[in-house]
Write a protein that binds this ligand. Structure first.
Ligand SMILES: Cc1cc2nc3c(=O)[nH]c(=O)nc-3n(C[C@H](O)[C@H](O)[C@H](O)COP(=O)(O)OP(=O)(O)OC[C@H]3O[C@@H](n4cnc5c(N)ncnc54)[C@H](O)[C@@H]3O)c2cc1C
Ligand code: SF4
Ligand code: SF4
Ligand code: SF4
Length: 401
């Protein structure tokens, strides 16, 4: 067996590795950007083609149109503040463990080792919290999920849509005791790039530091950046978006896997029971916070029970599916590949991380220009002027009186 699916379409979901009866497949980092792809050891392969048949690129999973949309935040203030968005994923995980189930999701051993793990104790649920803006290593967790399902355990699996598709393809059939939650996702950088960035920030290579990608609090309600923490050797360090190359390149969409730019899951129809994301573009709402609101899309009838069980922990409000989709670009189309990505990759091979400075310059300039414009004196004056007809009407009425 040589090729499981075309490389430019491979999501790195690891379903092939999990299904291989001979353990002949390993997920290996590929140069130059370090994204992982399956590599077959032909001395072990028996040409059974199971990997090829299981791959969701070759046999796509079914997608469902959302039945309902909700805006929600966790009622627990600490939970809300320690979640990237409104804390919906965290509440669902809590409810599953409370009902004796297990949760599979992305945890961080340290900044070099971000992977999917099985959590069954309430005290360990904090490990799942927060978006890790990098591709999580699936390892062999799909086989662990199958074992739990067969043993009758209640299971919640959370991940990017391509990971949900990978799991469903691997399982081959529906399980009543399985809930899946996907995140709206615009793409993933590799762990290699993250490792290099953090090593650069620390000036050393260690296994003791942790990295976080979003913070809530002062001076801004919500911030993107790389925030490092460590108990012993290194002081807390942070670099905010626009100062940090990794997170800026992530926001610019420069360093995603090649297949992310044609992601089949970036659309209104979804591959999981529930989709969660940031609620962008929400209209008038009673869900009040400046610390992030979760969007919850209910995609299957089965998800009703999980949403009902979670209501007591959420401040939740029904919205329309149309509003939810219109506000989030990745519920409409895949992220567009920046025109300069190919030349960035060439430069990255030649001069390493200095290529970021060169290629992010115009993105940073445009971003700053765009945001300064929004906050400029001119735009404030304009919004004041817009109010004038109303004032003028009052003036006219008063004058007539
Ligand atoms: C790579 C990536 C890209 C994203 N892109 C967008 C976007 O374009 N638009 C948008 O609205 N939202 C996006 N999100 C989702 C958003 O950042 C929040 O994760 C989501 O709103 C859930 O937040 P929460 O407060 O409910 O839960 P949180 O507690 O913040 O989220 C934790 C949950 O996310 C899972 N998770 C965290 N990191 C990863 C990872 N690397 N891979 C797989 N699962 C992970 C965990 O298993 C856990 O269940 C993205 C998330 C990731 C990881
Ligand atoms: S063909 Fe069969 S044995 Fe060979 S890599 Fe694929 S799953 Fe493994
Ligand atoms: S199963 Fe997943 S990792 Fe394997 S080839 Fe297909 S897309 Fe790539
Ligand atoms: S953009 Fe699509 S393919 Fe890329 S990580 Fe996200 S879900 Fe997977």
């Amino acid at each position: 067996m040589e090729i499981i699916c075309p490389k430019e379409k491979c999501t790195g979901c690891s379903a092939c590795m999990n299904v291989c009866p001979k353990g002949a497949i390993s997920m290996i980092e590929h140069e130059p950007l370090g994204h992982i792809y399956p590599v077959i050891d032909n001395t072990k392969c028996i040409d059974c083609h199971l990997c090829e048949k299981t791959c969701p690129v070759n046999s796509p999973v079914s997608l469902q149109k959302p039945l309902d949309a909700y805006a929600a935040i966790s009622r627990d203030y600490d939970d809300l503040m320690s979640s990237s968005s409104g804390g919906a994923a965290s509440v669902f995980s809590h409810v599953i463990v409370e009902h004796g189930g297990v949760v599979y999701g992305c945890v961080q051993q340290n900044y070099k080792n971000i992977r999917h793990e099985r959590i069954e104790r309430k005290e360990e649920l904090y490990k799942l919290k927060g978006s890790k803006y990098v591709q999580s290593n699936i390892g062999y967790v799909y086989s662990d999920v199958k074992r739990d399902l067969k043993n009758g355990k209640l299971v919640l699996f959370t991940g990017t849509p391509c990971q949900i598709a990978g799991l469903r393809s691997y399982l081959k059939k529906e399980y009543e005791n399985l809930y899946t939650i996907d995140l709206v996702c615009h793409g993933v950088p590799s762990q290699k790039l993250l490792r290099e960035e953090v090593n650069y920030m620390l000036g050393t290579d260690t296994t003791e530091a942790y990295v976080h990608f979003r913070r809530k609090g002062k001076p801004l309600a919500r911030m993107f950046g790389l925030f490092l923490s460590n108990c012993s050797k290194v002081d807390k360090k942070k670099e905010l978006f626009l100062y940090n190359d990794y997170i800026t390149a992530f926001m610019d969409g420069l360093i995603f896997r090649k297949n992310c730019y044609s992601c089949p899951y970036a659309q209104g129809s979804r591959c999981s029971d529930i989709t969660v994301s940031d609620y962008w573009g929400i209209g008038k709402t009673t869900v009040k916070t400046d610390c992030g609101i979760s969007l919850i899309l209910q995609n299957t009838a089965k998800a009703t029970s999980l949403i009902e069980m979670s209501r007591q922990y959420l401040h939740i409000e029904k919205r329309t599916v149309e509003e939810a989709i219109a506000g989030n670009g990745q519920l409409i189309a895949a992220f567009e590949e920046p025109a300069y990505r190919t030349s960035f990759i060439e430069d990255y091979q030649a001069i390493g991380r200095r290529a970021f400075k060169k290629h992010l310059k115009s993105y940073k300039k445009n971003w700053i220009r765009c945001h300064l414009k929004k906050r400029s004196l001119f735009s404030k004056m304009r919004s004041l002027i817009r109010k004038i007809p109303f004032n003028y009407n009052i003036y006219k009425t008063l004058k007539n009186k």
